[in-house]
Design a protein. Structure first.
Length: 249
């Protein structure tokens, strides 16, 4: 990414929060449920607030949730936090819509944006700084990820379709495989355009990096941490609750 005068290039955060968290259950979407004493989303906001490189935080919310009082409770005075009714039916549409709103609000096309899952409350300022430092040094977008430690098995397709316990088709070599995390950091206009193209092509993009890859780029892999896992199922919630309650770093 060509970023012109580096001293004028800012870093912003985008948190897509329009998902319902249906696999976890509960009356509120999971990102707003109380986890170890405060809404799960608050942990990510706090980590970015504590990161000196971050200039502002933009949160894409479902239009029907934009007036919920819980949003006001998440605002802090130390950095601008913008809640926008930009939530769409898919994650990539929420991110694309929020990026478009950021550009319309005056964010520079050359600024960096860090897109982070609200359901990853284990993110820390140290990890954020590690990502920003690596990306700015290389001037290439990138993402936190961890090398796979587990042996991977590909299931037999026929037995899976039949609804029975699947059989192992083969073992997948894990030597060069990484598990993607967030934040994922790219140029603001670059990511907007990549997502716009991916949505138009109806491509199967499950994160920001895959949209950038579709555009022909090769994002950097920066090693993250196990604590930055995604809270999806009740067991994840219990584990994260223990982690955050213990104050573990």
């Amino acid at each position: 990414m060509g970023s012109g005068n580096q001293s004028s290039v800012k870093c912003h955060v985008l948190l897509p929060t329009a998902g319902t968290g249906s696999r976890l259950g509960g009356e509120l979407p999971k990102q707003f449920q109380q986890l170890a004493g405060k809404p799960m989303l608050a942990y990510a906001i706090d980590a970015f607030i504590q990161s000196p490189q971050i200039q502002s935080i933009w949160i894409g919310v479902s239009p029907g949730f934009i007036d919920n009082p819980i949003l006001q409770s998440l605002k802090q005075a130390s950095k601008p936090i913008h809640f926008l009714p930009t939530g769409g039916p898919t994650r990539q549409e929420t991110v694309r819509n929020t990026l478009a709103a950021m550009l319309k609000a005056g964010a520079s096309e050359l600024d960096w944006v860090l897109v982070h899952d609200a359901a990853r409350p284990g993110i820390t300022p140290v990890l954020i700084n590690k990502l920003i430092t690596a990306v700015q040094a290389s001037q290439t977008g990138g993402l936190l990820a961890i090398p796979l430690a587990d042996t991977l098995k590909q299931a037999d397709l026929d037995s899976t379709i039949a609804g029975n316990s699947p059989h192992v088709e083969k073992t997948i070599p894990r030597k060069h495989l990484w598990q993607a995390q967030t934040p994922q950091m790219f140029g603001l206009k670059q990511l907007h355009d990549a997502l716009e193209d991916a949505i138009r092509l109806e491509a199967d993009v499950t994160d920001e990096a895959s949209a950038i890859e579709l555009a022909g780029e090769k994002p950097l892999l920066i090693e993250g941490a196990t604590r930055n896992f995604k809270v999806t199922h009740p067991a994840d919630w219990d584990l994260m609750n223990l982690l955050l309650s213990s104050g573990s770093n």
